[in-house]
Write a protein that binds this ligand. Structure first.
Ligand code: TRP
Length: 347
């Protein structure tokens, strides 16, 4: 069965863009048809200035929202990256396979580091090495497919390159993964700036609908979305990006098609109202389930604990194989002891 791995960084509140662009498909398709792992990649949240309390809060909330969006721990594995040491163990080995030039060429690094330097700030070394940790996330599980948006395809390419290079130098160890772009047409854009993605990392945004926004807040944000000059409802991504975005959101929420929906509407007001209602309806069950899960934190913790155990059992043998292949001696003569050697001896 195809193994799928994807990760969500706890650096901001999850948005309608995350949901329609990725999470919904993970729940509806990926967890059924494949052996899927979904990870809150908390270590990645430490690559830029961070507030520990906020990372903790967003990690818990992110995991809870993954479950609320329909991921079922009986069908897939949901866990926190920092609970499975294999990610950082493997990351170091991959740092010994990657080159510094390769890291400095990463578009996201250049952009983020450039912005930080302009502000006179310093850039964490982990921001540079971040794509190697991401490669480790993927390769540690032998993932075949990585469903990510196009801002992440360069990072998945790097994971492929590192896998091929490692296998070539040290013997076949890793599955060579590939990025699978989300199939749904929903590339949700910022309601106030429809040229840019509805990302979670920008702070407070009147153009960003968060998954936990109250219905009135959702309605207000959608009703205030920027539309384009003119008044005809046309589906034209280039010429009318604001209206196209609303049509795409409406289509994604109702299972329709943006092109044909455009002929149903004769005013921006009516389109906005129906889009607002559709978004509220899509978020309603997710929010209801989120409330239930928040009332039962022990359940969520249990899911994450079991998820980490399952994940570790998958990653451990692969990472151990890589350690031996690259020239490190095993700590135990038995490669995968059930228990540490000392405990075994004492029994
Ligand atoms: N870099 C991804 C992002 O910013 C998150 C991520 C980290 C990830 N590790 C991953 C995604 C592994 C897919 C697979 O969105």
């Amino acid at each position: 069965m195809t193994r799928v791995f994807s990760g969500v960084k706890p650096t901001g509140h999850l948005t309608l863009g995350n949901y329609l662009g990725a999470m919904r498909r993970w729940a509806e398709v990926d967890q059924h048809g494949s052996d899927a792992l979904f990870c809150i990649v908390d270590l990645h949240a430490l690559t830029v200035d961070h507030d520990p309390a906020r990372v903790r809060r967003l990690s818990r909330q992110g995991a809870t929202l993954l479950l609320a969006s329909g991921l079922d721990p009986r069908l897939c594995t949901v866990f926190l990256q920092s609970h499975v040491d294999e990610h950082t163990r493997l990351s170091y080995l991959l740092e010994c396979v990657a080159t510094d030039g390769e890291m400095r060429r990463m578009i996201q690094y250049k952009e983020k580091a450039g912005r930080e330097r302009e502000r006179g700030g310093s850039v964490r070394l982990s921001l540079l090495t971040y794509p190697v940790l991401m490669a480790a996330d993927i390769l540690a599980y032998g993932a075949d497919e990585v469903p990510v948006g196009d801002d992440q395809t360069q990072h998945v390419e790097l994971a492929r390159d590192l896998a091929v290079r490692f296998n070539h130098r040290y013997g076949h160890t890793f599955v060579v993964p590939k990025a699978t772009p989300p199939q749904v047409a929903a590339r949700v854009m910022n309601l106030q700036a429809p040229a840019s993605k509805m990302g979670k990392s920008e702070d407070a945004g009147p153009g960003i609908v968060y998954l936990l926004d109250e219905p009135e807040v959702v309605r207000r944000k959608v009703m205030r979305a920027v539309t384009d000059s003119g008044s005809e409802v046309e589906y034209d991504r280039e010429g009318r990006p604001g209206v196209a975005n609303l049509l795409e959101i409406l289509a994604a929420c109702t299972g329709g098609n943006p092109e044909s929906l455009s002929s149903v509407y004769h005013s921006y007001g009516a389109l906005k109202k129906d889009t607002a209602d559709a978004v509220v309806e899509v978020l309603r069950p997710v929010q209801a389930r989120h409330r239930e899960l928040c009332a039962d934190p022990a359940y969520v913790e249990g899911v994450l604990r079991e998820g980490a155990e399952k994940a570790r059992a998958m990653a451990r043998p692969i990472v151990d194989t890589a350690y031996r292949a690259i020239g490190l001696l095993p700590a135990h003569t038995d490669a995968h002891p059930e228990k540490p050697a000392v405990l075994n001896a004492a029994r």
